[in-house]
Ligand binder design. Structure first.
Ligand code: FA5
Length: 334
C-alpha cells in the first residue's frame, strides 16, 4: 500500500491532483483506512501488530503528502514569478504633461517684469457695478464715451461684466489712500464686440496705476518703453499716439511694430504695420478725487495692456481666435 501510494505521489505536480491523491490514499475508502476499520473482525492477537503497521503507513502517507504539497506550492510560485517577471531596467512610461496656455505664459512674464520694477499685484472683481466700471472713472451714463466699451449687462440692474481692468484703479486707490500707489492689476475683461482677427469678446488686460507726488508723463513713457524692451528686446520699435480716454488727461495709446508681418501690413495690424497694445495717460483729477486723493497734491499715470495682442506679437500669431479655439495642435507649440 505504502509503495503504490508513494510512487503515485511522486509524479504529482498540481494542487488538484494532490487532492485527488488524498481522497484515494487517505480518504474514507482508502485501503489503509479500510484495513483500520476491519480490525474489529481480526483475531485479537493480530490486532496490535496490524494496528501499528497500518498507523505507521497512514502517518508516512500524511507526512509525504505535506512535503509534496509544499513542493507543489513552491513550484507554482516560481512559475508565477517567471511568467509575470518585471524588467526593472526598462525605462518608465512618461505620463502626458500639460503646459501653460501661451496667454498665461505672457501674463506671468508681464507681471514678473512689473514686479521687478516694484509694482504690486492687485486683484479686483470681474463682475462690477456700473459705478466702478464707468461712473467713478469719469464716464457718466449720458457720456458718448460709453460707446467705446460695448457692455455685457447682468440681469441685475447696474451690474456689468467689467469691460476693462480700470475699475481696479478706483478700488486700489480707495484701499491705499493716502499712501502712494504702484500696482499692477491683471484680469479677464468682457466686451460685446464683433470678433475678428484682432478682437475677442473676452480677453486679458493688465492695468498699471501709479499715484504719488510729482509723477509725470515722463514716468509714464519711461516705464512703458522699459517694459516693451524687457519683453520684446532692445530693438523693439514703439510709438506713443495721442488718444482719448475719459479717465486720463492727456491720454495716449502705444503701438508696437507688428512682428506678425514685420511691419509690412497684415490683418492683425489692419495693414498699418503697427499693433496697438495699450491705452494710457495721466490719471484725470476727477478720478484721483474719486479714489480719495487730492489732485492739487497728487498726480498719477495709468495704462491698460492687451495681453492677447502682446502674445500675438511675441509669437507671430496671426489670429486672436486661436486662443479660445482649444486646438491641441496650436496649444502644443508653446
Ligand atoms: C481700455 O480698455 C482702457 N481701460 C485702457 C486704459 C487704462 C487707458 C488706463 C488709460 C488708462 P482699450 O479699449 O483701448 O482701453 O483697450 C486696451 C487694450 O486692450 C488695447 O490696446 C488692446 O491691446 C486690448 N484690446 C481692446 N479690445 C480688445 C479686444 N476686443 N480683443 C483683444 N484685445 C483688445
Amino acid at each position: 500500500i505504502r509503495q503504490t501510494a508513494l510512487s503515485a505521489l511522486a509524479s504529482i505536480d498540481t494542487e488538484d491532483a494532490l487532492q485527488e491523491w488524498r481522497r484515494a490514499y487517505l480518504g474514507k475508502s482508502a485501503p489503509v483506512m479500510e484495513l483500520m476499520r476491519s480490525m474489529g473482525k481480526m483475531p485479537p492477537e493480530l490486532r496490535p501488530l496490524v494496528g501499528k503497521a497500518a498507523n505507521e503507513v497512514k502517518q508516512a502517507l500524511e507526512a509525504a503528502l505535506e512535503e509534496r504539497g509544499e513542493a507543489v506550492k513552491q513550484a507554482a510560485l516560481q512559475h508565477a514569478l517567471e511568467r509575470d517577471a518585471v524588467d526593472v531596467t526598462l525605462p518608465g512610461r512618461q505620463p502626458a504633461r500639460g503646459g501653460l496656455h501661451p496667454v498665461t505664459q505672457t501674463l506671468r512674464d508681464v507681471l514678473a517684469i512689473f514686479g521687478d520694477m516694484g509694482f504690486q499685484v492687485y486683484q479686483s472683481p470681474e463682475v462690477e457695478t456700473d459705478a466702478y466700471n464707468f461712473e467713478l472713472l469719469n464716464i457718466p451714463s449720458y457720456h458718448p464715451a460709453r460707446d467705446m466699451w460695448d457692455t455685457f449687462h447682468i440681469l441685475q440692474k447696474g451690474v456689468v461684466l467689467r469691460t476693462h481692468t480700470s475699475p481696479g484703479q478706483i478700488r486700489s486707490m480707495e484701499e491705499r489712500n493716502p499712501e502712494p500707489v504702484r500696482v499692477v492689476l491683471p484680469g479677464m475683461v468682457y466686451r460685446y464686440e464683433q470678433i475678428s482677427a484682432r478682437s475677442e469678446i473676452q480677453f486679458n488686460q493688465v492695468e498699471l496705476l501709479v499715484v504719488g507726488k510729482n509723477i509725470t508723463m515722463a514716468d509714464l513713457k519711461g516705464t512703458l518703453q522699459d517694459f516693451v524692451r524687457r519683453l520684446f528686446g532692445n530693438n523693439a520699435r514703439t510709438r506713443l499716439r495721442p488718444s482719448y480716454f475719459p479717465f486720463t488727461e492727456p491720454s495716449a495709446e502705444m503701438d508696437v511694430e507688428c512682428f506678425v508681418c514685420g511691419g509690412k501690413g497684415c490683418p492683425v495690424c489692419k495693414r498699418s504695420g503697427w499693433l496697438e497694445i495699450l491705452g494710457c495717460g495721466m490719471v484725470h483729477p476727477v478720478v484721483l478725487q474719486n479714489g480719495g486723493y487730492d489732485p492739487t497734491v497728487y498726480t498719477g499715470f495709468a495704462a491698460g495692456l492687451g495681453i492677447e495682442r502682446i502674445t500675438m506679437l511675441r509669437h507671430r500669431i496671426e489670429d486672436i481666435r486661436y486662443f479660445w479655439s482649444n486646438d491641441i495642435r496650436f496649444l502644443e507649440q508653446f
